[in-house]
Ligand binder design. Sequence first.
Ligand code: GAR
Length: 201
Amino acid sequence: MNLAVLASGYGSNLQAIINAIHKGEIRANLAVVISDREDAYALQRAKDHGIEALFLNPRDYPGRDAYDRGIIEQLRLRGVDLVILAGFMRLLTPRFVAEFRGKIMNIHPSLLPAFPGLEGVKQALDYGVKVSGCTVHFVDEGLDTGPIILQEAVPVFDNDTEETLHQRIHAVEHRLYPRAIQLLIEGKLRLEGRRCFLGAT
Ligand code: GAR
């Protein structure tokens, strides 16, 4: 299976995926890493591992739909089967979702459906929850609304800042995301409506 990772920033989840591939915990080829930001450290991580790193500048396209068509074209050229969003800070268009339905995953730093969208960690802290966490889910047309694949709780401590809480959530993400990806590769994710069950398809 050919994977693509789409990332806008630091790329620690990308790194966890690369490490998992090296260890044989994800059995797939990472064909390309694509970013909407030229300065995304994720692109450097890809290059450091000999993986193709592609910056697609949204300003080079007349709008969101054209930009997403540009990404789809690059994915098709490389025979990508599964699209992994790892800190990709753009909402995909319905066209993109339709092209790869059931083959796009995202990770989000909260227990969805709580605190979707931007700054999930800050939203949880500001709200005052005692438990937050992270969610791996399939991507649909909504904002962080697709069927949930895996979730894990992370406690919120009284002295937490956004940074300390995000750090603990990141540590869990790095374990959860590779696992979810390998489950899909092995055909062990079964969808019934919104509910995703672990087991043979
Ligand atoms: C991760 O915590 C991920 O859950 C979050 O961005 C971070 C990216 O970190 N994604 C979202 O907030 C998506 N709405 P990374 O670049 O180090 O992997």
